[in-house]
Ligand binder design. Structure first.
Ligand SMILES: Nc1ncnc2c1ncn2[C@@H]1O[C@H](COP(=O)(O)OP(=O)(O)O)[C@@H](O)[C@H]1O
Ligand SMILES: [Mg+2]
Length: 474
């Protein structure tokens, strides 16, 4: 240990020197307080042994505070214990120990050992606090700061020397001080840890904080305060990016729908009409030619035009089934199922809730497209025998389910961002405020459920909340 002795009494000096020899402590002495403080500045002193009457000019309290501020333990050398009571409360807090004079060398050695032990554990505590990114404040029941630790003092809201002894109401803006005081009172009253979030306006923008508080001894609260500004800004950026992505997806999908509608109308109205005219011409040829090469050719032309008409009708239907707009989602889905069963040879049952009503056109188109994708997937990938499509009404939402009894979706495909069909189903549903869940297992097939509200509304989700989807690979 390195000791600094501030006492002029020759007897004390002699005994302390004896102790230092015995225990191999380093010993420094100073002629006055200024010299002592200079010594503390340049030397790593563990403990100051201080006699109350060491300086005639500098008050004892100031000397104790100055030594303690230079991180030395302070041990008072007293001729009677009663002198302790004459010290102000701040000085009493800063004293680490006291020893009575005439000094008992053994006793002083033992006390110094205790002081050193306390110092070590205090320095571990301080190092732990320094290692934390959080600021630590000790605050009493009235909101007065007793102590603090801040890893980066330049991040403090006020300068470090204004904190200790100040009241929270004089340091923080009123609403934030009020908010923190409420939590402090609650923590003190209940003994339960408290938590609060607040922000402070600073020249370079708002800074955000999270404070966790616990009750300590004697009506004190320890508050660990974390600056979460970076996290909050990152969250804002993610939220903005998610919103931008949703807006973009929404625009792409609505352009796609408009384009499909346009193409479908063109196919139906222009090409369909033209083909009908050609069909009539071809029929005319059939009826005005005698049996022979020309007649056969005209008949082949008729049937080729029929095939083309059929193809064009199917294409137009795929692009925008007129039934959604005219007859509603149920008819469109039923037609889809019948067509699919006819084309694929699979059994495809359709069931619908008789109470289905009030579905907006956007929600209807969304469910239709999801059904189209789910059914196409089932035919292309599932090796299923039976498909079931159903539509049923909940309170303010409609749920479509498409169930196949095929091989199930491989887990890797479920989470693959390149599964555009699956991703597209979810995005479509989320754009109208709905969600898609996929249940799938290798033996029993796949169930896709899409639930959308009657009237589309955008979801306001935080970017950290999981999107409303669930995949189960059972
Ligand atoms: N009903 C299903 N049964 C089995 N596998 C499926 C099913 N639906 C999708 N899959 C698998 O998931 C993959 C991704 O589907 P999707 O995103 O629609 O892309 P795509 O149909 O273009 O391959 C498919 O390639 C397929 O392997
Ligand atoms: Mg697909």
């Amino acid at each position: 240990m390195e000791l600094l002795l501030l006492d002029r009494d020759p007897d004390v000096r002699q005994r302390v020197e004896e102790l230092c020899r015995e225990r191999s402590h380093g010993l420094y002495q100073a002629a006055d307080v200024d010299q002592a403080l200079a010594r503390l500045q340049t030397q790593d002193i563990d403990a100051v042994l201080l006699a109350p009457g060491f300086s005639d000019t500098i008050p004892l309290g100031a000397t104790i505070a100055a030594c303690s501020a230079r991180e030395a333990s302070v041990v008072l050398l007293l001729d009677q214990v009663a002198r302790l009571g004459r010290l102000d409360s701040r000085s009493q807090e800063l004293i680490d120990d006291f020893v009575l004079v005439p000094v008992d060398v053994e006793l002083l050695g033992a006390r110094l050992e205790l002081v050193a032990r306390r110092r070590r554990s205090e320095s571990v505590r301080r190092a732990t606090l320094r290692a934390l990114p959080d600021m630590m404040f000790r605050i009493d029941e009235n909101g007065t700061y007793i102590d603090f630790q801040a890893p980066e003092q330049e991040h403090l809201y006020v300068s470090a020397d204004r904190i200790i002894g100040a009241n929270i109401t004089s340091l923080l803006p009123k609403p934030q001080a009020h908010q923190c005081m409420n939590v402090i009172r609650q923590v003190l009253a209940t003994g339960e840890p408290g938590f609060t979030e607040y922000h402070l306006v600073e020249p370079e923008g708002n800074r955000y904080y999270e404070a966790r508080m616990v009750r300590a001894d004697d009506g004190e609260v320890v508050a660990l305060v974390r600056d979460v500004t970076h996290r909050r800004r990152a969250e804002d950026e993610i939220r903005a990016a998610v919103q931008a992505k949703q807006a973009f997806a929404s625009r792409v999908l609505s352009i796609q729908e408009a384009e499909r509608q346009h193409l479908s109308r063109e196919l139906h109205d222009s090409i369909g009409q033209l083909l009908l005219v050609h069909r009539m011409d071809a029929e005319w040829l059939v009826s005005h030619t005698d049996e022979g090469i020309a007649h056969d050719a005209a008949e082949r032309l008729c049937s080729a035009i029929d095939d083309t008409l059929h193809l064009v009708r199917n294409l137009a239907m795929d692009l925008r089934p007129p039934a959604i707009d005219d007859l509603g989602l149920e008819s469109a889905l039923e037609t889809l199922c019948v067509d699919l069963a006819r084309r694929s040879g699979l059994r495809c049952a359709f069931k619908s809730d008789p109470n289905l009503n009030g579905l907006s056109s956007d929600a209807g188109v969304c469910l239709y497209r999801i059904a189209q994708e789910a059914l196409t997937n089932a035919v292309r990938h599932a090796r299923a025998r039976t498909l079931k499509v159903s539509l049923f009404q909940e309170r303010e939402a409609v749920t479509l389910s498409v169930i196949d009894d095929g091989v199930g979706i491989p887990p890797a495909q479920l989470t693959d961002a390149a599964s555009f069909g699956l991703v597209g189903m979810r995005e479509r549903a989320e754009l109208v405020g709905g969600c898609v869940t996929i249940q799938t297992s290798p033996g029993t097939g796949t169930t896709i459920r899409a639930t959308v509200p009657h009237r589309p509304h955008r979801l306001s989700r935080s970017p950290h909340q999981a999107p409303p989807r669930r995949e189960e690979n059972t």
